[in-house]
Design a protein around this ligand. Sequence first.
Ligand SMILES: Nc1nc2c(ncn2[C@@H]2O[C@H](COP(=O)(O)OP(=O)(O)OP(=O)(O)O)[C@@H](O)[C@H]2O)c(=O)[nH]1
Ligand SMILES: [Mg+2]
Length: 398
Amino acid sequence: MEIGLVGKPNVGKSTLFNALTLLDVPMAPYPFTTTAPNRGVGAVRVPCPHTELGQPCTPGNAACLNGTRWVPINLIDVPGLVPGASEGKGLGHEFLNDLRPADGFLHVVDGSGGTTPEGVLAPKGTQDPAEEVEWLEAELVAWIHEIVDRDFEKHARSAETEGAKPEEMLQKRLAGLAIPMAAITAALRAADVDRVHQSHWSRTQREALSLNLLRIAKPRVVAANKCDHSERGAMEALAEKVAPVPVVPTCAESELVLRRAARAGLVEYVPGASTFRVAAPEKLSPPQKVVLDRIAGIVAAWGGTGVQQSLESLVLERLQRVVVFPVEDDGKWTDTKGRVLPDAILVPTEATVRDVAYRVHTDLGENFIRAIDGRTHRALGATTVVTPGAVLRIVARK
Ligand SMILES: Nc1nc2c(ncn2[C@@H]2O[C@H](COP(=O)(O)OP(=O)(O)OP(=O)(O)O)[C@@H](O)[C@H]2O)c(=O)[nH]1
Ligand SMILES: [Mg+2]
């Protein structure tokens, strides 16, 4: 699973990225601070089944904190996009290609309406963040359209000669873009194009197809950042304008301060929580106290900073991923080394237990016999769809 952080310059993408990953990459209040993509790892939270077992888990690929498992998600923070980016404006085109493997986009906007399309600071409320959502979508569509259109006639004609279906031709064209076949089929259906003669598709039809591909295959959530300079009414108006894309108000700056202060032992704060507690008031300098007082006001007003929620809204709700726990022993929920619930893996809601087997190891998928549900100890056939939080033992031919 890979998530791309996109948006115009200076809206707080890197701050959000740093908060989610707690890495230190340069941030500053001017456009194009980021000139090359940053990669890091964030996480989404799910309940850990170890609480049912009554003994602690030994997670291998994620942390577990008070019964909550943090499941890793790859994040990529790219330089700011400006109108015309798909034609090479701003830092342009090349890093759009860095977004190819992204399964979805967290679109960071300045929710306070205080940044121009070029990323220059402006008085708050003078810019409409809904417009940002609109033109950024147009840029992403133009990017996909350009890929579809490269030597289109030539490819379409040779596909026709070979008797290849339009979905097969598109799959080849879109290789590396993390677009599943089901999404290509759905986009073709929605675009209402000639299914036999691809070479007859007009430019307008190809553009409509690219829009469908983007909307179906690359779900987005808007992180309406700088909510500390905005208000609830403005956020609700934004959500109404950009629906059905969900909007989550965020204050990336506060989240970053809280995570850093927690790491330094100054506050007790679990990312995503709606409150925090100053752990060591005597250690705070007067400026630190001012900052934390301000943040206390922000999290009280918004029910938290929204940062963790924005990622979870995208991964768990929009991308509909669930987490399952493969084990070797369905009684003890351990692997061969005796580690309890070592792995937590993200799969699509519609994944079958055999898909899980493939994810653990290709051999397990190919030699799959059955899965055993760790709670009921019943056998599950290959096509059984997983349940969220399932503990599964995979039985395969040796
Ligand atoms: N008030 C406020 N300022 C924020 C918030 N998040 C980020 N900022 C500030 O916004 C400015 C830009 O932040 P960056 O994270 O560098 O923005 P960016 O979108 O990565 O910018 P580019 O890399 O230039 O595209 C910095 O001064 C941040 O401190 C927030 O939640 N509230
Ligand atoms: Mg940046």
